[in-house]
Design a protein around this ligand. Sequence first.
Ligand code: NAD
Ligand code: DAU
Length: 349
Amino acid sequence: MHILITGGAGFIGSHVVRHFLKSYPSYTVTNLDNLTYAGNLANLADVDKMANYRFIKGDITDGAFLLNLFESNRFDGVIHLAAESHVDRSIANPTEFVVTNVLGTVNLLNAARASWQNGMEGKRFYHISTDEVYGSLGSDGLFTEQTAYDPHSPYSASKASSDHFVRAYHDTYGLPVVISNCSNNYGSFQFPEKLIPLFINNIRQNKPLPVYGKGENVRDWLWVEDHAQAIDVIYHQGKSGETYNIGGHNEWTNIDLIRLLCRILDQKLGREAGESAKLITYVTDRAGHDLRYAIDSTKLQRELGWVPSISFEKGLELTVEWYLANQVWLDNVTSGSYQHYYQKMYGRA
Ligand code: NAD
Ligand code: DAU
């Protein structure tokens, strides 16, 4: 079994690569990543010497490169995570999201289709998507696999578009695809532009915590290692052409989550109770800010038996401990020094 994982140097991708290498020593795992600002090979330092691991620096927006890659390798499966993933960046630069998330996905579909045209049996194209394609909920209800797409940000619109292309390649060309739509992930190796690592980093440095709007938006948080386990189950047992929602049944308003983070960090940093919360600063809201995401993952639980393994309180504590124990990683990422190293090694992303 030879699996191509795209975006394996990013946050979730690095956990998926690690999970597959450790759980399936007989598989070969090729990680294809362009090492953008979000890609960091240090995320895989503990597994990158494994005999069944290969890294290729390459760009999914380059269709000819992908066709060559699939011609010279016999991939049995693709797990596609490479993407531009941050909503605020998509508001600042939407076109980049169209190019990477839409065109990049179509290029990958074309390469898989060309490579597997003489036999799709046993092949699998697994597209990793997000709950944001479903839009925003009011105070009740959950996103199911039947919820109509209603994306609001350029990021979620680009992910929605890529999901449509994946389904179109299944229906038109018979490509054996599967899609999952997951809620907000948290855990180690997340780039500190996203809420949880950004706020941990700011609290440790006594910097302001910029809460968008009133902090009343709700997100459904899932530990990244539970997401990797769900991806394993869906990759191996999901039905071709199907979609699975993945979520933690774990809704938090941003402000409650931020206050919890502040309490954990007060304790871990030996600060007086209430000290870190003084850093909370309300700032202008994100444009088009979705109010609430919440996932109904009953289908995944009922059909494939997946459930999250740890509580949010436990996962968040482990996460805080990881960032505090890996301040060099945080400092390298925030200073950009990790990128200078890769630029010397591979040239610019
Ligand atoms: P990330 O930004 O941490 O990582 C993205 C990776 O893709 C990076 O390693 C980057 O170098 C790589 N990449 C970007 N453009 C590329 C290109 N043109 N060619 C090759 N590689 C490229 O993202 P993440 O948070 O780990 O998200 C991974 C996937 O999961 C994305 O598709 C995202 O939409 C989806 N997702 C994320 C979350 C979340 O909470 N983070 C939740 C649900 C779904
Ligand atoms: O739901 C899944 C999605 O979760 C993924 O598809 C995206 O890739 C991922 O980035 C994430 O999107 P969000 O926009 O929900 O995550 P983010 O960490 O950017 O923000 C979480 C919430 O916190 C959101 O309501 C905005 C708010 N926020 C965020 C930042 C960075 C703040 O209030 N202040 C901030 O500085």
